[in-house]
Design a protein around this ligand. Structure first.
Ligand code: PEP
Length: 256
C-alpha cells in the first residue's frame, strides 16, 4: 500500500485569522482520511508554533521552509535547527528554487544544510529541478545529477536514507503549467536509479515527491505514477477545500 507524503508549502503567506479558519475546516473534514497519507505543513517560521497548536491532536507534522547553517550565535535574523526542533518541527525544506534564486543558495551551501539537518535527526526535503532554459537544452538530468552529487560528496553513499527529495521543475512552480505526469515519472525513475547506484539497498528509504502547480485536477495523474511518492504543494495548499480535495484523492489511491 502506498503512503503518500503531502507537504503544504505556504511560503510567505498566511496570518493568524487564516490559520484558525484553515485548521477548523481541516478538523471537520480530515478524520476519515487521517493515517492514510502523511500530511505536513510548512508555514512561515513566525507561525510554526501557532500551526503546531492547531495540529496537536491531528496526525499532521510540521516543516520549516528554510534553516540557517549555524546552530547558535551572532547570526541576526536566522533560525537554527535546534530552535526548530525545540518547537516540534520534523521536516526542513532545503534548497527550494526560490531560495536558490532570490538568496543565491548554491549546491554546496545547500549540502551543508542537508548535512546538519540529518545530523540533528530532522528530515530534509531537498528540492531539485531545472529551469525552463535547461529543460529546452535537454539538461534536466544533468542539473539534477549535480544537485544530488553535491550531497553525496558531503555525506557519502547513504546520504539519502530517511530523507525526501522534491522534484520541482522551476518553470512549473507557481505558473499554472505543471509538468506532464509521465515525464515526471521518468525523472523520478532517474533520481531513484541514481541513488540506487550509490546505495543499492536504500531506495525504499527515500521519498521522491513532485511539486509544481499541483491542484485537485492533476493530483490523481501524478500520484498514480509508480515512482511518485508524494506532492509538494504551494498555492493550492492555501485553500483548505482545495487542499482537502487533494488529500482525498491521495487517500483513494492509497486505498485502491
Ligand atoms: C512550491 O513552491 O514548492 C510549489 C510547488 O508551488 P506551486 O504549487 O504554487 O507551484
Amino acid at each position: 500500500m502506498k503512503n503518500f507524503l503531502i507537504v503544504a508549502n505556504w511560503k510567505l503567506n498566511g496570518n493568524i485569522k487564516m490559520i484558525s479558519s484553515f485548521f477548523e475546516t481541516l478538523k471537520l473534514n480530515l478524520s476519515a482520511y487521517a493515517n492514510k497519507s502523511t500530511i505536513v505543513f510548512a508555514p512561515s517560521d513566525v507561525y510554526l508554533e501557532r500551526v503546531y497548536q492547531c495540529i496537536n491532536d491531528m496526525n499532521i507534522f510540521l516543516a520549516a521552509q528554510n534553516v540557517d547553517i549555524n546552530l547558535k550565535g551572532a547570526f541576526t535574523g536566522e533560525s537554527s535547527i535546534l530552535m526548530l526542533k525545540d518547537i516540534g518541527v520534523k521536516y526542513i525544506i532545503i534548497g527550494h528554487s526560490e531560495r536558490r534564486l532570490f538568496h543565491q543558495e548554491t549546491n554546496d551551501f545547500i549540502a551543508k544544510k542537508f548535512l546538519l539537518v540529518k545530523k540533528l535527526k530532522l528530515i530534509p526535503i531537498l528540492c531539485v529541478g531545472e529551469t525552463e532554459k535547461e529543460k529546452q537544452n535537454g539538461q534536466t538530468k544533468q542539473v539534477i545529477k549535480e544537485q544530488l552529487s553535491c550531497i553525496f560528496q558531503k555525506l557519502g553513499n547513504s546520504a539519502f536514507r530517511n530523507t525526501v527529495i522534491a522534484y520541482e521543475p522551476i518553470w512549473a512552480i507557481g505558473t499554472g503549467f505543471s509538468a506532464h505526469p509521465k515525464d515526471v515519472q521518468l525523472i523520478h525513475e532517474f533520481i531513484k536509479n541514481y541513488i540506487r547506484k550509490h546505495d543499492p539497498s536504500s531506495i525504499n528509504e527515500t521519498i521522491v515527491q513532485y511539486g509544481g502547480s499541483v491542484n485537485h485536477s492533476n493530483a490523481k495523474e501524478f500520484l498514480k505514477q509508480s515512482d511518485i511518492n508524494g506532492l509538494l504543494i504551494g498555492s493550492a495548499s492555501l485553500n483548505p477545500q482545495e487542499f482537502l480535495k487533494i488529500i482525498r484523492i491521495a487517500c483513494h489511491i492509497t486505498g485502491e
